[in-house]
Design a protein around this ligand. Structure first.
Ligand code: GDP
Length: 343
């Protein structure tokens, strides 16, 4: 490394370590500075209490500048083509003059401690686009929980001027409900002819979808995809009516060939018009705000409980008694809770 490049690397490291004030964060984010946006999201996802306190202040400061976006949840089993689709659909959105942020929730990262979603290397074209911001999924350990970290990241991205937010999740059942509770529109990607059981998609997830897109409708697969589209459209009519009054749509697309993207985008536009006109769009966001409050409250209670000194001094001993079968779990929990309430 030459003297010049090592000097630049050193300056970069110093810049990275620089401690920013809450005001600098908020101003930087509002100006669309993605480096500060990334740093703020890292704070939101941190397991350190001091980071979390700073993150809370930044999120609060950004809150008045948030909300002006369409939040789209995207799910489907591994292999259905989510990252290829996000690349194609995201590029389409950017061509319509939107700024796109891609966030991810990955329940498996709690087990593997790795990230299989939102990985930059999977979306090469998008990650090189200055109007796109791609954030890998938070690993386990976010102080306020993974769901709250994602909610807060949405706020930060919106304050930074991103007006289309994708929240990607893997279709295995746990995270869909979580994502559904933080987005305006829920898109389910499926494949033709794989059978619902094979695709591991539970009926409950299909019922949450505002649109089902049958991906890989290309080559020999086009006919099968069209057939599947009719079958799913028929199945949807048997579902209970949605609260939004919106009848979920079924479309076909090919993420690899970038086809069908305009149709899906139009569907989202139509959904937004429909739910804005009947008041559901705002009602849903208001309900989500109240859910967020409850989720945050639960996190506060949990950390207050586990940080309580009386609880901490009792916990180990009572845990040992439970595993030894000396007291039952309910009695144990009651004892711990009583010692917490005493304070
Ligand atoms: P993910 O696991 O859901 O994110 O799926 P990927 O985007 O990684 O795609 C899985 C595989 O399906 C890859 O080999 C892709 O090239 C392929 N694939 C994705 N979309 C399409 C499509 O529209 N048509 C075809 N033929 N293959 C696709």
């Amino acid at each position: 490394m030459s003297f010049e490049s090592s000097r630049i690397a050193q300056l970069k490291r110093m810049q990275n370590r620089k401690q920013y004030s809450v005001k600098e964060y908020i101003e930087g984010i509002r100006q669309g500075n993605t480096q500060l946006l990334s740093k703020a999201i890292t704070l939101v996802e941190s397991s350190k209490p001091e980071h979390h306190a700073l993150a809370q202040k930044i999120v609060e400061g950004c809150m008045p500048y948030s909300g002006n976006s369409i939040r789209i949840g995207i799910t489907g089993v591994p292999g259905v083509g989510k990252s290829t689709f996000i690349e194609a659909f995201g590029t389409h959105a950017i061509k319509q003059n939107h700024k796109l942020a891609v966030l991810a929730i990955d329940p498996s990262s709690q087990v593997t401690k790795g990230s299989i979603l939102g990985d930059k290397t999977r979306m090469l074209e998008l990650s090189a686009n200055k109007n796109a911001f791609i954030r890998p999924s938070p690993s386990t350990g976010a102080l306020g929980g993974v769901a709250n970290a994602t909610r807060e990241s949405i706020i930060l991205c919106e304050a930074a001027g991103f007006d289309v937010i994708f929240v990607e999740t893997v279709g295995v059942g746990q995270s869909e409900t979580m994502v559904h509770s933080m987005v305006d529109f829920f898109l389910l990607l499926m494949l033709a002819g794989a059978g619902d059981e094979l695709q591991g998609i539970k009926r409950g997830i299909m019922e949450m979808a505002d649109t089902i897109a049958i991906n890989k409708a290309d080559g020999d697969n086009i006919k099968k995809a069209k057939l599947a589209r009719r079958e799913y459209a028929n199945a949807i009519h048997l579902f209970p009516p949605t609260k939004s009054g919106w009848i979920p749509k079924v479309e076909t697309c090919s993420a690899i060939e970038h086809s069908g993207m305009d149709k899906i985008w139009e569907t989202i536009d139509a959904y937004k018009r429909h739910t804005t006109a009947n008041g559901y769009f705002n009602k849903k966001r208001a309900k989500q705000a109240s859910e967020w409050m409850h989720a945050t409250l639960l996190e506060f209670l949990k950390s207050s409980f586990y940080n309580n000194t009386d609880v901490q001094s009792l916990l180990k001993e009572i845990e040992t008694q439970v595993t030894a079968g000396q007291i039952n779990p309910f009695q144990a929990a009651s004892q711990l809770f009583d010692s917490y309430k005493k304070d």
